[in-house]
Design a protein. Structure first.
Length: 167
């Protein structure tokens, strides 16, 4: 009888383990931790750094690689699923940028938190695909976020960056 009880507990435990692992590695990552190095570099610039605190990246944070920092008149921070991704579509996850100048362009007008107007562009494919983007103006700068997601996902990310405020 004890052997059967132990076998049942072992089988039930083994079946529950993958669910626990999936729940702990669902890809929802702490961006402030993953982007710590590039954020520290970008914070030395003249523009406010706006990024959301979390991102449903689809990968655990141990499999994400951040790069970038200050660039030109702003910052450009990339997140990839491989080292030295450099915006390659094969490993691109997300990108966060700000510039002092630039056009607020995009296919669709959307409203963000605090009454901010933004422009959204969906994923576009030709020879390769480019991620969706959302752009808005705040603090005298043009902010752009790229992520291969839906309009509602990008609006939520932009709202998260705006609500969190400058880093």
């Amino acid at each position: 009888m004890r052997r059967w009880g132990l076998a049942v507990v072992t089988i039930v435990g083994a079946l529950a383990l993958p669910a626990a692992v999936a729940a702990s590695s669902n890809g929802d990552v702490d961006l402030l931790q993953v982007l710590a190095g590039p954020l520290a570099r970008a914070e030395h610039g003249k523009l406010h750094v706006l990024v959301p605190a979390r991102l449903a990246a689809g990968f655990p944070s141990a499999h994400l690689y951040a790069s970038g920092g200050l660039s030109g008149d702003g910052y450009d921070i990339q997140l990839g699923a491989a080292p030295h991704c450099a915006d390659s579509p094969a490993c691109f996850v997300a990108e966060f940028a700000a510039a002092a100048k630039g056009n607020l362009d995009g296919a669709d007008r959307v409203s963000l938190t605090k009454g901010i107007s933004a422009r959204f562009s969906p994923i576009a494919c030709g020879a390769s695909c480019s991620p969706a983007s959302i752009r808005w103006r705040e603090y005298g700068a043009l902010y752009t976020l790229w992520f291969s997601g839906t309009k509602s996902q990008l609006v939520a990310l932009a709202d998260g960056a705006i609500s969190a405020g400058p880093r």
